[in-house]
Design a protein around this ligand. Sequence first.
Ligand SMILES: NC(=O)c1ccc[n+]([C@@H]2O[C@H](COP(=O)([O-])OP(=O)(O)OC[C@H]3O[C@@H](n4cnc5c(N)ncnc54)[C@H](OP(=O)(O)O)[C@@H]3O)[C@@H](O)[C@H]2O)c1
Length: 229
Amino acid sequence: MQLQDKVVLITGSSTGIGKETAIALAKAGCRVVITYHNTKKEGEAVLRECSKYTPALLLHLDVTYEKSIQEGVAKIREKFGQIDVLINNSGLFMYKRLEKQTAAEIRAQINVNLIGAIHMTQACLSQLVLRPEVVIVNVASALSKEPIANATTYCASKYGLRGFTQALALELPQNVRVYCVNPGLTATKMTGFQGIGAGQVADVIVASVQERLGKKSGEDVDVKDFVPK
Ligand SMILES: NC(=O)c1ccc[n+]([C@@H]2O[C@H](COP(=O)([O-])OP(=O)(O)OC[C@H]3O[C@@H](n4cnc5c(N)ncnc54)[C@H](OP(=O)(O)O)[C@@H]3O)[C@@H](O)[C@H]2O)c1
């Protein structure tokens, strides 16, 4: 996909991987929609940065509330009239043994990481299928393929997101392609800033949107395969 002037919605893009992806796509000429949940000031800073390169829009979005999703999609339609790329990036991670996780923590991880991405995709589809060429990227995790202890609910949500990606690819029309990007440990607030740079993951997400990595719709893009060792 050529990036110039494409309208790209990146959920959870006030911080971390989403922030770096929004800035990289803005530099490449995309019109970007940045969303924040709690971190409004950080979202405003990303908006300022992206606006140096391209028209950009900042929205409050809670992917666990259908009303918030519907209002967000309506505002994008009003401002840009189209969506070409959806990047389901919002995520929550809790590193705890299962017996220590509260019911609310379990629900929150499944609701943001899996159900939120499904609802976002569903809400955008009617816009997406109208475009000649569309890419959806679901940001899952290396833990969607190789589980670890103390991350049971997170692994379940990300295995689910990977399954959703694969099944979705089978039913989407040919103009809409979907990829599951799986980062390993990445230095963001989610991990206490341990791991590889978020910009390196963003570069792989951008290459996935451009469809430069030789993947078929529905396939995994494992970040470790595309960053220098
Ligand atoms: N960091 C890693 O090692 C790693 C590894 C593999 C996969 N991932 C995945 O990469 C993605 C980005 O994570 P990150 O590492 O960049 O961490 P991050 O900086 O904490 O980003 C997560 C984003 O999700 C947003 N979010 C949380 N709850 C939300 C909700 N209810 N509605 C909408 N947005 C919500 C957050 O918004 P607020 O900050 O405004 O609340 C934040 O912008 C996640 O899906 C994560 O699971 C990360």
